[in-house]
Design a protein around this ligand. Structure first.
Ligand code: F0G
Length: 477
């Protein structure tokens, strides 16, 4: 007997609440571009009488504090042993906390989630910290955190009878959407900026059979085209303006709490691009707190690349009250976004959790990526901003030595092998960028870089390289 038969999913009603004017609408009535018809802002999913959203509402009887929460935690944990594919998913294992489908047979899953929480001992030591972890969302089926949101929103598309789905993307959303659409037997349309998407991601979109259009513009330009297109063609929009995506993505926070025995870390540090994921995680923690599954919130901080830093500018110059788009440039192509759709949601989460927003340079990203790689963990460049940002927050005194910090690594290292190879061959940064680095940082990066050696096929040649490497390590200690 499957666990789903033991405790059924509570049939909570769900609504979409506009974060701008507070208008509430039925989920099926949302506009094609998921913008509020009254004020143009974005929606979040709300479960009236069941789960609280931004404003307070009641907690259902099944979720009483004390024994109730222990029972639910045990139940979610035990589901890992069940044979039901829904229970193998780190998203749907917590389906009571995202009850927006009418029929759970519509779920499209690749058994996403349940991602590892790794210690980063060498990074921690260099930083003089004791408790540093990485929650690796790159260990999802298509190699990025997008899968947790995609299973949620694409299941809605299926339930509502769509046959086509579409997204504009810097590469990971499209890879994920293409895979889940293929699983569901649906068609997918991908709009990506030409020349600005890492090969790993583009190849996935082709592999999974998406109709892939490389537009001669940037990500923000792709979003503009798609917003118009969804009004003209019967395609279901799967960008993160779709609030169901965020319901899936919030489960990374729930898994993290679970992995830490429901004691949340002091800090969670996330990369910021279109700025949806930070708010999704925050929503998850706020709901867990309201349901008394946890007793406090982690501070959630968002890190952007210096060349794609509109939230950083808004936060540091206008306390998040005003916002201006920028023209984005960074080699961390996943977060090369100048006009992020969800900036207000991100500001809301920075405020609610007492987090910070920082920016980091291309050089800092490169070094942090090499350091995460040297832990045997690895990640794509956009994820490495978290470690680079942590260094800054620590130096500014925002994060203490004893505090527990979790970096959210959003994408797998194989997503962007070109970046990694250039980095280790010393070809990533320009001469000016290298010259502009502080000397200690430059020395650290040089020490981490390990370019492949092309040799004659003799034992002596390999022995010489090995000797040099052993000596090099001894010098480095
Ligand atoms: N990290 C990675 C690896 C990403 O792919 C993205 C976003 C982010 C961080 C930023 O997350 O947008 O929620 O702030 N990638 C999107 C895409 C935009 O199209 O794949 P965010």
């Amino acid at each position: 007997m499957s666990e789903t038969q033991t405790i059924s999913v509570p049939l909570a009603e769900h609504l979409l609440r506009c974060i701008g004017c507070g208008a509430r609408i039925d989920g099926a009535e949302a506009a094609e571009d998921f913008r509020c018809r009254e004020c143009g802002n974005l929606f979040e999913v709300e479960y009236p009488g069941f789960l609280p959203c931004s404003d307070k509402s009641t907690i259902p009887s099944g979720y009483a504090p004390g024994d109730g929460t222990r029972r639910w935690k045990q139940f979610w944990n035990d589901r890992r042993l069940s044979r039901d594919p829904l229970d193998h998913s780190g998203v749907w294992r917590f389906r009571e906390l995202l009850p927006f489908l009418k029929d759970y047979r519509n779920v499209v899953t690749l058994e996403e989630g349940n991602t590892p929480l790794y210690r980063l001992p060498r990074c921690a030591e260099r930083l003089g910290m004791e408790h540093l972890f990485a929650k690796h969302q790159g260990m999802n089926p298509t190699g990025s955190f997008k899968d947790t949101g995609m299973t949620a929103a694409l299941s809605v598309a299926k339930e509502r009878g769509f046959t086509w789905v579409a997204c504009a993307s810097t590469g990971n959303t499209s890879a994920s959407m293409a895979a889940y659409a293929a699983r569901a037997g649906m068609r997918s349309l991908v709009l990506i900026p030409e020349g600005k998407v890492a090969w790993g991601k583009l190849s996935q979109s082709l592999d999974y059979g998406a109709v892939t259009c490389q537009l001669k513009t940037d990500f923000d330009g792709c979003v503009s085209v798609l917003s118009e297109l969804v009004r003209r063609a019967p395609v279901y929009l799967l960008n993160s303006v779709n609030p169901y995506r965020l319901e899936g993505q919030k489960t990374a926070g729930i898994e993290l709490a679970e992995a830490m025995d429901w004691k949340v870390p002091d800090h969670l540090i996330v990369p910021g691009g279109n700025l949806a994921n930070s708010s999704a995680l925050g929503k998850g923690f706020l709901e867990l707190l309201a349901l008394q599954h946890i007793d406090r919130l982690p501070r959630i901080s968002v890190i952007q690349a210096e060349g794609a830093n509109p939230l950083f500018l808004s936060w540091t110059q206008h306390q998040g009250n005003e916002f201006a788009a920028v023209e984005a440039h960074t080699r961390a192509t996943a977060i090369r976004i100048g006009n992020p759709a969800s900036w207000q949601k991100a500001v809301g989460i920075l405020r609610a959790t007492g987090g910070w927003c920082e920016q980091v340079s291309e050089q800092e990203i490169a070094l942090a990526k090499a350091e995460i790689g040297a832990e045997g963990v690895g990640c794509e460049p956009a994820s490495a901003v978290t470690l680079a940002g942590l260094k800054k927050l620590k130096a500014q005194g925002h994060i203490g030595k004893q505090e527990t910090v979790v970096l959210l690594l959003t994408g797998h290292t194989l997503k962007d092998p070109e970046y990694t190879i250039d980095l280790h061959r010393g070809k990533l940064l320009t001469a000016e960028e290298t010259a502009a680095m502080p000397s200690t940082q430059r020395a650290e990066l040089e020490a981490m870089a390990s370019a492949p050696k092309v040799l004659e096929p003799t034992v002596d040649a390999v022995m010489r390289v090995l000797d040099q490497a052993v000596q090099g390590r001894m010098v480095r200690g």
